[in-house]
Design a protein around this ligand. Structure first.
Ligand SMILES: Nc1nc2c(ncn2[C@@H]2O[C@H](COP(=O)(O)OP(=O)(O)O)[C@@H](O)[C@H]2O)c(=O)[nH]1
Ligand SMILES: [Mg+2]
Length: 305
């Protein structure tokens, strides 16, 4: 899934090792090697800023590195590259996972899920509801997508399958009002969490962006989650910027990592967005939601260490 980047990293390792095997690496030599590598990263959908940050970190670990002529030099270089990537990827780890936050947080703990169409918001809410319940917490699922045909029924079906309370709205109705119904229901029934689904929206749709601001204003959620699709590559970064500007994002859930053929989007999102990755989606089943694990991503990029 990270094929392209993985290949680029291997070639970077090889070139740096070759350069180092004759004498220590100068900054100029490093930049020259990295320039070529950076083109491959950019083609693999890694954002420019992320590439440049990686350049600086790698530079600090590789320039001036002096190795005796021995066969293991490639291993040493690879280890340095691994360290640099791990540093970057670890920045995406949330301080606490959602289960802990819900357990420790005010009750009910309110989460609003948002994002553009088709990224996996509704599916992800079902997965999160399943995860909470598996950990002894009871959420209510709220269908504040009163916009897209079928949205209410889709979420209702998940709620029924999971046996989790569900609050629906009317098509064309005020999504913020539906969210309030959900919160009241959770309060009356002493539930642990309120998971609020919202309609897909683009930043170009001013009415819908105003609507999400209203939902957030009314609900005052403990957590605003942006759902991003790993397959959208660089576009996911723009999406994060719009939503962050509009309402302020607390965390990201990155879906469809299982289908991320081109690779770099995951790394790019992690590097460019600067928000914790709460979970990653790795399939369509309820169990296919995993905590974000920097080492797991690293292993996919570089192979097992
Ligand atoms: N392969 C894969 N598909 C997913 C994942 N998450 C969601 N999907 C699929 O993406 C499609 C859109 O999901 P949906 O939840 O309706 O998106 P929404 O419009 O954002 O609510 C559905 O077919 C989901 O099954 C994931 O992690 N992996
Ligand atoms: Mg939906």
């Amino acid at each position: 899934m990270f094929g392209k980047i993985s290949k680029a990293l291997k070639s970077l390792t090889k070139k740096v090792s070759e350069a180092i095997s004759t004498k220590e690496l100068t900054e100029e030599e490093f930049d020259e090697i990295f320039d070529e590598f950076s083109i491959q990263l950019l083609e693999g959908d890694v954002a420019y800023d992320a590439v440049e940050e990686l350049r600086e970190i790698l530079k600090s670990k590789l320039v001036g590195l002096k190795l005796p002529r021995f066969k293991g030099s490639e291993k040493v270089v690879e280890e340095r590259i691994r360290e640099a990537l791990r540093e970057l990827l670890t920045k995406g780890r949330p301080e606490k996972d959602l289960i802990t936050l819900v357990k420790e947080g005010p009750h009910p703990y309110k989460v609003v899920f948002m994002g553009v169409n088709g990224v996996g918001k509704t599916t992800t809410i079902a997965k999160v509801a399943y995860l909470l319940r598996k950990n002894g917490l009871l959420p209510v699922i709220v269908a504040s997508d009163t916009f897209r045909a079928g949205a209410q029924e889709q979420l209702a079906l998940h709620a029924r399958k999971l046996g989790i309370p569900f609050i629906k709205g009317k098509y064309g109705g005020d999504p913020a009002a539906v969210a309030v119904d959900g919160i009241r229901y959770a309060e009356a029934n002493r539930l642990d969490a309120v998971l609020i689904d919202t309609a897909g929206r683009m930043h170009t749709d001013r009415n819908l962006m105003e609507e999400i601001r209203k939902i957030v204003r009314v609900v005052r959620p403990q957590m605003k989650v942006l759902v991003l699709d790993a397959l959208t590559g660089n576009d996911a970064i723009s999406q994060a910027q719009w939503f962050d500007e509009a309402v302020g994002i607390d965390a990201v859930i990155l879906t469809k990592l299982d289908a991320d053929a081109k690779g770099g989007s995951a790394l790019s999102i992690l590097l460019a967005i600067r928000k914790p990755i709460l979970y990653v989606g790795v399939g369509q089943g309820y169990e296919d939601l995993l905590p974000y694990d920097p080492d797991e991503i690293l292993n996919r990029l570089l192979g097992e260490g």
